[in-house]
Write a protein that binds this ligand. Structure first.
Ligand SMILES: [Mn+2]
Length: 467
């Protein structure tokens, strides 16, 4: 996109953000504030931006990390309220505006939705709904919920700008940086922060764990996952040995370029991994790609509060956040190994592939993303993971960046889930749903139908992304 068009689309977004800012400002003194944020890196970064703003204004609030509610839980939420409140949904809500209307708006609550997932438009006197899709922007790639929340609070409080780096953490957590580049509103926001010196940028090795042992950083690397290296301590030690180092070596002892070459010399597809490993590093007091990975890992391990505390600067959480990240990496690595061994359980249809995976529901989406990025799963069709979760099945879907822009997995999941009494949503390239277990077959056949309809209508242009 040209600079001019970019600026005008950001302007449009900022106008809508200004309306949300006004709405928020008008309500916060009068109503109790209840925040529901998605428990991933983006949701946590969004909630920290809003929470910091509310603290500055001495406004008390309650913050809960949750996934999308679904109709039943939303009704329960509405029924459990003794007072009328200001309910704020961060990094979620877009896929369930109709439910929010029926259970919250029509029972007298005020609602703010700040979300970049695809959703239906809704206008209501008691609602402020900020969603880039509604102003013609691709929320999956061009801006995160943290970026949107930043646009809102920065308008109301200039000092919030020093927390602009949280918008970068949200975008990185949602994989909105493609081949080392941001696009759309992200690109402009990041450029502004660089110009103002609020964030710095250098080029270097994009491994996580710069403050810890080099062996751990290599051995537990899942973003990127290094085939043959991640999870293989022996090989990691031999890479260190090649550089004249032992297991006690730290990041600071090594020349990053030499380390890169040593890693690549052991990689099956060095040119592909060079692009994944070497690139821009945004930083201020911390490295933002690391912050995003750690926050995402804590979220996936169902410890979003740890991610929140760490991002808020609580240094007592350093050890717990990092050990949670390693725990998460171990789980992902063993799940990847499981997938590698069970590749024949992958079911193929002309428009998608799907498989049941034995992981926690919260990890399924990340597992698919890593499997596609690293080539463990073939990437030219949408891939669906099915995870048993009580009486329901959690469904995660991903479309690889390298796949053609023929599918909108968020819409396909949302529509097929709805038909079987479930709920779902997401972006073009990443989505999730919960469905009743006994309706799986109908769900899968509907999903296949929607995806083939999309692939016929959309032809073969463009490149898909993920958020
Ligand atoms: Mn998000």
């Amino acid at each position: 996109m040209r600079e001019k068009e970019l600026l005008s689309s950001l302007n449009k977004l900022e106008q809508t953000a200004a309306e949300t800012a006004d709405f928020l400002l008008e309500k916060i003194g009068k109503l109790e504030v209840e925040i529901f944020a998605h428990g991933d890196a983006d949701g946590v970064a969004s909630s920290l931006l809003l929470a910091t703003f509310l603290r500055l204004r001495d406004v008390p609030f309650r913050l809960t990390f949750t996934g999308p509610f679904g109709a039943k839980d939303m009704i329960r939420l509405a029924e459990s309220q003794e007072k009328k409140k200001l309910m704020v949904f961060l990094d979620q809500g877009g896929s369930e505006v109709d439910t929010i209307q029926r259970s919250l708006l029509e029972t007298g609550h005020q609602v703010v939705i700040i979300d970049h997932h695809q959703g239906q438009p809704l206008t209501h006197a008691s609602l402020s709904y900020l969603n880039p899709h509604l102003v013609g922007m691709d929320g999956g790639l061009e801006i995160s919920a943290a970026g949107l929340t930043y646009l809102v609070v920065e308008r109301l409080e200039r000092s919030m700008r020093r927390l602009g780096w949280l918008a970068v953490v949200g975008a990185l957590g949602d994989r909105q940086e493609i081949d080392g580049r941001f696009i759309g509103a992200n690109q402009l926001l990041v450029q502004r922060m660089l110009d103002e010196g609020l964030v710095k940028k250098k080029t270097g090795l994009r491994l996580t764990g710069r403050n810890g042992s080099l062996l751990n950083a290599l051995c537990y690397s899942v973003k990127p996952y290094l085939p043959g290296i991640s999870g293989n301590e022996e090989l990691c030690l031999s890479i260190l040995k090649q550089l004249g180092l032992d297991r006690s070596a730290t990041f600071h002892q090594v020349d990053e370029e030499k380390l890169l070459e040593a890693i690549l010399s052991r990689c099956p597809d060095p040119e592909k991994f060079r692009k994944m490993l070497w690139g821009p590093l945004y930083h201020n007091h911390r490295y933002l790609h690391e912050e995003a990975i750690i926050a995402q890992a804590c979220g996936m391990m169902e410890r979003p509060a740890v991610a929140f505390g760490r991002l808020a600067g609580d240094s007592s959480l350093e050890t717990l956040a990092w050990s949670t990240t390693l725990e998460y990496a171990k789980k992902i690595l063993s799940a990847l190994q499981w997938i590698s061994f069970h590749r024949d359980s992958l079911k193929n249809t002309p428009v998608m592939r799907y498989l049941h995976v034995p992981v926690e529901a919260s990890m399924a989406g990340e597992l698919l993303s890593v499997s596609l990025e690293s080539g463990i799963l073939p990437s030219e069709l949408p891939v669906i993971a099915l995870v048993d979760s009580g009486t329901q099945i959690k469904v995660s879907g991903r479309v690889s960046h390298t796949a053609q822009k023929r599918y909108n997995i968020g819409v396909a999941l949302s529509m097929s889930a709805r038909i079987v009494g479930g709920a779902g949503g997401g972006h073009e390239a990443a989505g999730a749903a919960y469905i009743p277990k006994n309706k799986l077959d109908i769900f899968l056949s509907k999903l296949e139908e929607f995806l083939s309809g999309q692939s016929e209508n959309r032809g073969e242009t463009g490149v898909a992304g993920e958020g």
